[in-house]
Design a protein around this ligand. Structure first.
Ligand SMILES: [Zn+2]
Length: 124
């Protein structure tokens, strides 16, 4: 999938490592699958953005050298700083006023414009 997307002109892979928040947001990809996608994206010179909600999945993404995390609704207080220290772009992708699990100042300091990580995949 990563190589095919690269061949089609994509430079970002977005994977859904967890279920929708409407279905509880639990991790649905295995740790190995996350590591494989992020590792191959890195090898291909692409960014890998991961849709996730819980902190334990975010920490696996940090280990898997992915480049971005979206949502993170159930992150603990320490994980956003860890992502920042590891150079991972965090796009909460929800209004700052809806940051129930991350302190508001931390949420403001790590929030980046969504355009930084939007895919530029070309349509075939
Ligand atoms: Zn998403």
């Amino acid at each position: 999938m990563v190589r095919q997307t690269k061949a089609e002109g994509g430079d970002v892979i977005k994977i859904f490592a967890t279920a929708s928040i409407r279905d509880g947001g639990k991790q649905t990809m295995t740790d190995e699958q996350i590591a494989a996608v992020c590792g191959e994206a890195k090898a291909q010179g692409m960014r890998a953005v991961v849709h996730l909600y819980p902190a334990d999945t975010a920490r696996k993404v940090i280990l898997a050298v992915c480049t971005g995390v979206e949502h993170g609704t159930f992150l603990d207080d320490a994980t956003p700083q860890l992502m920042h220290d590891c150079g991972i772009v965090f796009d909460p992708n929800y209004p700052v006023s809806d940051c129930p699990t991350v302190e508001i100042p931390a949420c403001l300091s790590i929030r980046r414009p969504k355009t930084e990580i939007l895919t530029t995949r070309k349509t075939p």
